[in-house]
Unconditional design. Sequence first.
Length: 380
Amino acid sequence: MKHEDSVRHPAIKDREEEVALYAAIIEHAQAGIGIIQDGYIIFANPYLTHAFGYREGEILGEKARRFIHPDDYSKVKKKAAEMLAGLHRTPYEYRLLTKRGDYRHVMEVVTSITYQRRPAVLTSTIDVTELREAERHLNEARDVLLLTERLAAVGSLAAGVTHEILNPLNIIAVYLQMMEDPELKPEEREFMIATCRRQVERIVKITKDLNQFARVHEHTMEELDAEELMESVLSLMAVPLRHGQVEVVRKYERPFPPLRADRNAIGQVMINIISNAIEAMAEKERKILEIGIKESKEGGKRGVRLTFSDNGPGIPVDQRERIFDPFYTTKEVGKGTGMGLAVAYGIVKEHGGEIKVEGNSMGGATFIVDLPVGDKREGR
């Protein structure tokens, strides 16, 4: 056993071997290792020089500040000081100047050391530029997906909205014709005028809701009343709900705090889940959709819980983990892309929330969306 251990972990026999080992580690490390003393770079390993286009020794003796993006310097100074004081160990990110004159994104940690009997700072740096580029492309792809999903929803809702507008227009047209009767009593005329006014207000609300949802805009975080937003979505979906003969049961448990969220994005989540429920209940004779809103304290954090419970066939336990995967669908070919719930999942996660699906007492599925009151991001 001792022989095997010595093979696996050969002992360093002398100081010369130890120095050679450390030199090999520093020479071949796939991370930038440097030493800064009195603000000057006094050591840089090959990765730190070559990865950023410099020749060996070219950055030695230079002020470290010269290589930090001017907009990042105050942040780097603060984060490095906190790390050296032992307040945190989380790597910080900044932009580092290359020989070509452009900047690359790096992550760095620093440690206090003694070099030549004087205090110094040991830096460990890795290049994350490609990672940031990949994230940027991913965000762009996600934005395109969200826009495509929204436009698809707008197209679907537009036909229903048109139908919703025609009803009040017909009422207005009939009452206007009746008001031409010279023998109409004043109280009857007053009633018809009031009715027409209400129908106009109804048309304005319907078109305003659709316009607000369809509008392409930058992500905007604002305080939202969950009930008001839910009612706006239900108003937009009145026709598909009515055509599907879906009975909507509201279970709003006030008081609950206002959300800080992107109105259109969370509206998209609601529409996608409700649309999924309507399709799931297609074969049911009686279709019930229970929608709940209440305050939640998941993990000790105050937030708002939205629930959508249908009495469809439900989702098997072994499929519940995959239901939010892109392109995963239980629908027949040609009846949806399987992106609706994946989009909803992405939006909820982006808001710092959680979304999951469970069974319910009606035999169907319950989608649970927990959204925090506070927001992790103030915009993009």
